[in-house]
Write a protein that binds this ligand. Structure first.
Ligand code: FE2
Length: 130
């Protein structure tokens, strides 16, 4: 059984999928069960900073990674943010040489964010009080 907004990866072809509405079935790709990606929340294994930092202000939220490479071989592929109730979800796809940053111009409180590095995987964000 899946849960809303879980992210799964196929370790054969590299497909990454997100659950929009959960169901009872297991996700299968290339003939095998897909791997559930659990976001990591620390940077112990790498020297770069992978956890997106969430900066809420009155009318907007900025989510960014300040010290992660954005090079052709190693970069953040997307940042996703959601409200606590998961009823509002925002995703920004990123490419090498982009700024690893997303801006949400809505008056919503964003408490959760994740980022995905093409080499190191999925990381949870943390909220910064400015
Ligand atoms: Fe990385």
């Amino acid at each position: 059984m899946t849960k809303k907004l879980q992210i799964y990866k196929c370790n054969t072809c590299g497909n990454i999928v997100e659950v929009l509405i959960s169901g009872n079935g297991d996700l299968v790709c290339c003939g095998n069960a897909m791997e559930l990606l659990e976001p990591k929340n620390n940077d112990d294994l790498t020297t770069e900073k992978h956890s997106p930092k969430i900066h809420n202000s009155e009318n907007k939220t900025i989510i960014k990674l300040e010290n992660h490479p954005m090079e052709d071989e190693h970069y953040i592929m997307f940042i996703q943010a959601q409200t606590e109730d998961k009823n509002n979800v925002f995703i920004k796809y990123l490419y090498p040489h982009n700024k690893a940053e997303m801006e949400i111009l809505e008056n919503l409180t964003i408490n959760d964010a994740i980022s995905y590095c093409n080499i190191h995987g999925l990381y949870k964000g943390s909220k910064i009080n400015d």
